[in-house]
Design a protein around this ligand. Structure first.
Ligand code: TXA
Ligand code: MG
Length: 344
């Protein structure tokens, strides 16, 4: 795998690789993406092979200008409104697809997910290419999304289906884009991200929130978004999310750790409370965007601790930008959230 910088020469080289049907990992403002020409079914196939991604999980296509929007789907009025408010940025819109988008991109669905990233490097690469890029997160399927260049290197550097990776440093948002479906009667939030429910409702007040954002999908229920049904990142160690005060969380942990190697992903400033365990601070609940930025890196770090048997994660309320973090932690812990004020 070739390592590229964000220089103009390297962006040109990256675009040439993409033109020739290769996959390249590129930075975006949310997480790193593994990109390929969205209009080239053979190139897109390489994304699925590289990640070991199930073929029934569709990809997002990335554009660099709103003028490209109607080339690949049939945008509605609310779609244009949301695009006007939040593009370029971490928002993905699901709309009826046009035939030019290969079936492999949408996993055979009649809808397609479209987003216009705000990251200058991603935007530049797409505009130099002149075609849209299909790009899921640049991790091996089942691992946390990569938010640091080293995560991409760890997951993909020896992967025969990946030609290159562009080092764009850390990703600003740290969680994947907000996904909104515009297929039904009302716009519906399928995946929370940095564009919050409150922000979306300034443009589309009738926005609904899919049950699967905060609840485990009952078995055999059809997922609105195939991504909601697939198993997401779950560390090898038993993982539990904790709400309540640091003191009550400590009591809860003490009763369970009992000589087992234990990591605590805690809020900044709580390191001393949990100092009997391996502490990984990841931000403050007052600024949930800091938690979003660091949550995947913290989970990767905890997972890397040798012989770690238990991971406890201090969890902020599912409000505002905290909803996206909560949603990802639910999936990492298989929906195990404990209020330590109530349970000791
Ligand atoms: O921030 C992001 O969105 C990143 C960066 C690289 O842009 N990409 C990303 O892609 O997170 P991925 O593949 O990891 O997640 C795409 C999500 C999945 O949950 C998928 O099921 C859903 O979008 N999706 C894609 N097309 C869809 C469609 N037509 N209908 C419903 N859900 C769709
Ligand atoms: Mg992903």
């Amino acid at each position: 795998m070739l390592i590229l910088s964000t220089s103009s020469e390297d962006i040109l080289l990256c675009s040439r690789l993409l033109e020739n049907g290769n996959t390249v990992a590129i930075p975006t403002e949310t997480v790193y993406g593994l990109a390929a020409n969205a209009l080239d079914a053979g190139a897109v196939k390489r994304i699925f092979l590289a990640k070991g991604r199930p073929a029934d999980n569709p990809l997002i296509i990335h554009i660099s200008d709103v003028s490209m929007f109607p080339d690949y789907c049939y945008p509605t009025k609310p779609a244009y409104l949301l695009a006007e408010y939040f593009w370029p940025g971490p928002l993905t819109l699901i709309l009826p697809k046009k035939p030019v988008v290969p079936d492999i991109v949408t996993a055979g669905l009649s809808s397609v997910a479209v987003r216009m990233p705000s990251h200058p490097v991603a935007n530049k690469i797409i505009s130099v290419c002149g075609f849209p890029l299909a790009a899921p997160s640049a991790n091996i399927s089942g691992k946390p999304s990569p938010t640091r260049f080293e995560h991409v290197i760890n997951d993909l550097s020896k992967n025969e289906f990946v030609a290159a990776a562009v080092d764009g440093g850390n990703c600003e948002c740290g969680v994947e884009s907000t996904v909104v479906s515009l297929i039904g009667e009302h716009p519906c939030l399928l995946r929370p991200g940095a564009v919050t429910v409150e922000m979306l409702r300034t443009a589309v007040p009738d926005l609904t929130v899919a049950d699967a954002v905060l609840q485990k999908l009952p078995q055999n229920e059809k997922a609105l978004s195939p991504g909601l049904k697939h198993k997401h990142y779950a560390p090898d160690a038993e993982t539990v999310c904790l709400t309540g005060s640091a003191e009550s969380a400590l009591k809860y942990i003490k009763n369970r750790a009992k000589g087992k190697k234990t990591a605590v992903i805690c809020f900044d400033g709580e390191e001393n409370v949990f100092s009997d365990y391996t502490v990984i601070p990841y931000g403050t609940p007052e600024r949930p965007e800091t938690l979003a930025e660091n949550v995947f890196a913290a989970l990767r770090k905890a997972d890397g601790i040798k012989d770690c048997k238990l991971i406890f994660v201090r969890c902020a309320p599912p409000e505002g930008k905290g909803l996206a973090v909560y949603n990802r932690l639910l999936r990492a812990s298989d929906f195990r959230v404990v209020n330590t004020e109530e349970e000791v």
